[in-house]
Design a protein around this ligand. Structure first.
Ligand SMILES: [Mn+2]
Length: 393
């Protein structure tokens, strides 16, 4: 008999699917939260049965279980911990630990890709194209490589995972991987995934108009309230507002704060750590502490949302060396234009500001961070040019 204790996200469930394909009815799989795993491991050890081989994937155990598992192993028990998180590297000291962050080709690993490699190496699973494709989708999703590669299939696989129950996801994937040459979504899945994408687009469209910006600590944050689609929302708002260092997503009901950034010069796990949280450089989270509540909720409550840049302009467009016109809420105008020295400069209400910028983007960042200015509509631009022409006469 085999027992697999694994994470309850896509990568963890990917391991469950592989284990069921490899061992069939011989394996019992349990999906756990990060906090739940140690209880399951303790339960296994207390009710241990030396005939059952234990696999732990995508999660690691606490010090107490680490020592008990080692004693279990030395006593002839079968255990293997397979993980790809930096925080688990010390398990490699044990014969039963297998923690790899990057493979020989320099590719980031996931628990599913590591377990697949392990099962292949020990000839416990029959290799197939469909399996290799599924494992690669899970790996790309879990490592966020999908984003760089714009791998929509990987993103949609994770979306499907959240749209159906774990049991249904398992059933669908197991029969697909067992009986088909290639991985694919069936017609019904394609349909519900399309519907979900539309729903997300509408949600983001609404949230875009609620974004405020605030100086918090040494950063300029975009602040928005949202309970769903944090990754998609953080990514879209970040890309649309590159002048913001990061996007803070507030979930008041859950008393949680999420942080997302598209920038390489910002590490949001450091921002989250300030409020007792953590995570990755590009995505992190924390509990809503009193301090966080004051800074992100109370201090930003009176702020008006950022105005969006005009989207359908034909004349007043960005990066026009001739000049792009911005306006602020108090009705000031800003013309961002390229100088003869190939710098970018700004005319504020017609008067040239002392600052110059090496690129259009740095100039726009300054305008948006300092004045919350947004790209003016074509009709405002035409009016601005008419007034300029009149002055010259
Ligand atoms: Mn993982």
């Amino acid at each position: 008999m085999y027992k697999l204790l694994t994470h309850n996200d896509l990568d963890g469930v990917g391991c469950g699917i592989l284990a069921k394909l490899a061992f069939g009815k011989q394996v019992q799989v349990r999906y756990n939260s990060v906090a739940g795993l140690d209880y399951e491991v303790a339960w296994f050890l207390e009710n241990q049965d030396k005939k059952t081989a234990l696999f732990i994937t995508d999660l690691s155990v606490n010090k107490d279980n680490q020592e008990k598992l080692n004693a279990f192993h030395q006593d002839g028990g079968k255990v293997k911990l397979i993980d790809h998180h930096k925080t688990a590297l010390h398990f490699n000291e044990y014969e039963w630990g297998h923690v790899v962050i990057e493979d020989e080709d320099g590719k980031l690993t996931s628990a599913t890709s590591l377990l697949y490699g392990y099962l292949l190496q020990h000839e416990l699973i029959e290799p197939s194209n469909a399996l290799a494709e599924f494992v690669e989708l899970v790996r790309q999703y879990d490592t966020w490589e999908w984003e760089k590669n714009d791998n929509q299939e990987a993103r949609r696989l994770n979306a499907l995972f959240f749209l159906v129950s774990i049991e249904e996801f398992e059933d669908r994937m197991i029969s697909r991987l067992r009986y088909h040459q290639h991985f694919f979504f069936d017609e019904l899945e394609e349909k519900i995934l399309d519907m979900e994408d539309d729903k997300i687009a509408r949600y983001i469209h609404r949230k875009r108009r609620e974004l405020v910006q605030a100086d918090i600590g040494e950063h300029m944050a975009g602040v928005v309230y949202a309970e769903s689609y944090h990754s998609e929302l953080g990514n879209e708002l970040g890309k649309e507002n590159p002048h913001l260092d990061y996007i803070a997503i507030l979930n008041i009901g859950g008393k949680r704060l999420g942080f997302r950034t598209i920038h390489d010069h910002i590490d949001v796990s450091e921002v989250a750590a300030r409020y007792g949280g953590g995570g990755h450089a590009k995505a992190a989270g924390a509990s809503m502490t009193e301090e966080a509540y004051t800074q992100f909720v109370t201090d930003t409550f009176h702020l008006l949302p950022l105005r969006e840049d005009a989207r359908r302009n034909r004349y007043n467009v960005k990066e026009s060396s001739f000049g792009s016109l911005y306006e602020s809420r108090p009705g000031e105008t800003f013309l961002l234009y390229e100088t003869a020295e190939n710098n970018w400069a700004i005319k504020r209400n017609g008067a040239i500001l002392p600052e110059t910028f090496p690129s259009f983007q740095t100039g726009e960042n300054f305008l948006k961070r300092t004045f919350e200015a947004s790209l003016a509509r074509d009709d405002v631009f035409v009016h601005y040019l008419q007034k300029l022409a009149q002055k010259e006469h």
